[in-house]
Design a protein around this ligand. Structure first.
Ligand SMILES: Cc1cc2nc3c(=O)[nH]c(=O)nc-3n(C[C@H](O)[C@H](O)[C@H](O)COP(=O)(O)OP(=O)(O)OC[C@H]3O[C@@H](n4cnc5c(N)ncnc54)[C@H](O)[C@@H]3O)c2cc1C
Length: 491
């Protein structure tokens, strides 16, 4: 039974005396910090880098704002739309001008549009011209076997890749289903949960008995689209940062957290890299005279997976082995008139193993908003191989890949500016082992919460909703003592 104080000023004072530390100021940490600060909790945000936002990063490249990491969000959960509305940014929301998706690296180096009637790449009609163009007549015949085979219940096969191989054959799996899975999520389709990536497909399959028929039923329903922000996604970060300042939160950049320990009086001691440490690790602008950090009543860990595991391992026994990969991303700003008339794209998925790049988005063609021609090219290199390579080297490789993938001549003379970033890429919620990772991460003692793409499943739509829900749980726990922040076994 929760003891509700009658005297609300007393509750406000209690809130102000309650200190919550948020470790990491990516979108997850910022959303959670704002939720806590809103109700009057004393919030400190500690961010390792010199800027807020994590993978949400907009920079001036070639004379205007360009998103380098996150470029858009899915309207699927409504969580980001709600946030953008609260931050008074709705007038700057834009929808894609061209939502076209293509597959490159097909046999013989060909490229073709993704089949129009498909879900997660699974076609609804194996004989459709846009399917046959990719898998050939032999592949279409094999896919048609799906219509003749006795049904298989999805309960027996949760893997998207294996299900498609079984029902429609390897060519559909390798040439249509694998490219968007690997270029979008960095995950092989065998490791994707079909029900998570296509909710409702299993029920439709069980009802109708064929996979292509199930896709046909679901594809008929409208799915929520993508949105972006005119002027760059970092506006979300800037607005939350300003809101946090108004609410009196203490936001410290250049302050990496190195350890968390439980104190004897039930609080959390948060250790940061100190003034004497290597400035490169610590951040040049870390306030040398920043007030000492008070122990916290609750800590919300909102970093990338590897760092979160390092911080949590001594407290929870969680494994330090991270499943996240790295995505080596190059943003090219080009002045090439040939790009105005390009036929392919704007999204290019690549058949895994056929080229160096995993994918490309011709952003200016997609949104019609950017200054100049903006193209993103990314590489998912096994075990981080190549991450230490020179920026100039990787940018030259990205330019060559852009030229090949879009089938337009592009050379150094067309390049106005370029930026390279390496970001940690978390598993999507649709990954088969993601629920286990989430459960493992959330086995935390009271007063300790974990959020971020690696726990919720990557993608702003999930990260934002999850950060809000966890912050609400922490808020309740520190203010009312309800439920405790420990969630072992509760989710
Ligand atoms: C290249 C790329 C493009 C993407 N594009 C999209 C997209 O267009 N749309 C979409 O919906 N999703 C996209 N995603 C997925 C999406 O970015 C993530 O799900 C989301 O941005 C992750 O936010 P986060 O707050 O969990 O993590 P992050 O943004 O990684 O934030 C973690 C923060 O913790 C900080 N930190 C790390 N260690 C410490 C420490 N020791 N102490 C203090 N701070 C620390 C980091 O510096 C960072 O700021 C993309 C992912 C990648 C990799």
């Amino acid at each position: 039974m929760v003891d509700v104080p009658e005297d609300m000023p007393e509750l406000a004072a209690q809130a102000h005396a309650t200190h919550v530390v948020v470790v990491g100021a990516g979108i997850a940490g910022l959303v959670a910090a704002r939720e806590c600060a809103k109700v009057g909790l004393r919030v400190t945000v500690l961010e390792a880098q010199e800027r807020l936002g994590g993978i949400v990063e907009t920079a001036d490249v070639g004379g205007g704002p360009v998103d380098l990491g996150v470029t858009c969000w899915s309207g699927r959960t409504g969580a980001v739309d709600a946030l953008v509305g609260e931050l008074d940014l709705s007038d700057d929301v834009i929808a894609p001008r061209d939502g076209g998706q293509w597959i490159a690296g097909l046999p013989g180096g060909a490229a073709a549009p993704m089949p129009a009637d498909s879900i997660a790449g699974i076609p609804s009609n194996p004989w459709a011209e846009d399917v046959r163009r990719i898998v050939g007549t032999r592949g279409a015949w094999r896919a048609y076997v799906d219509r003749l085979r006795p049904p298989l219940t999805i309960g027996q096969e949760r893997s998207l890749g294996r299900l498609v191989t079984h029902r429609m054959g390897r060519r559909v799996r390798d040439l249509i289903v694998a490219p968007p899975s690997v270029s979008g999520f960095g995950v092989d389709p065998d490791d994707i949960d079909v029900e998570a990536v296509a909710p409702g497909l299993s029920a439709a399959f069980t009802r109708g008995g064929t996979l292509s028929g199930a896709v046909g039923q679901l594809a008929a329903h409208e799915r929520p689209g993508l949105r972006s922000l005119r002027g760059g996604m970092t506006q979300i970060v800037d607005r939350i940062g300003a809101h946090l300042a108004q609410l009196g939160a203490d936001v410290r950049t250049g302050t990496p957290v190195t350890s968390l320990t439980a104190t004897e009086d039930g609080r959390w001691h948060v250790e940061t890299a100190s003034a004497g440490d290597d400035p490169a690790a610590r951040g040049e602008s870390a306030p040398v005279d920043a007030p000492p950090l008070e122990d916290a009543h609750a800590v919300i860990v909102a970093t990338d997976e590897a760092t979160a595991r390092m911080l949590l391992a001594p407290l929870t026994g969680i494994s330090t082995a991270s499943r996240s990969r790295h995505r080596d991303t190059v943003t090219l700003v080009l002045a090439a008139s040939a790009l105005d008339a390009v036929e392919r794209g704007p999204v290019m998925h690549v058949v895994p193993g056929s080229r160096a790049a995993s994918g490309l988005v011709h952003e200016s063609a997609r949104w019609g908003e950017a200054h100049g021609q903006v193209v993103h090219v990314w590489f998912d290199r096994a075990d981080g191989a190549g991450l230490a390579r020179d920026d100039a080297d990787v940018i030259a490789e990205a330019l060559a890949e852009a030229s090949a993938l879009l089938d337009v001549p592009l050379g150094d003379g067309d390049l106005v500016a370029a930026e390279r970033r390496v970001y940690a890429l978390s598993l999507p919620a649709a990954a088969l082992d993601q629920p286990a990772i989430r459960a493992e991460a959330r086995r935390t003692p009271a007063g300790l919460a974990v959020i971020g793409g690696w726990v919720s499943g990557s993608g702003l739509a999930r990260v934002v909703g999850d950060a809000r829900a966890e912050a609400e749980r922490v808020r309740r726990s520190v203010l009312w003592g309800a439920e405790g922040a420990s969630n072992a076994g509760s989710r």
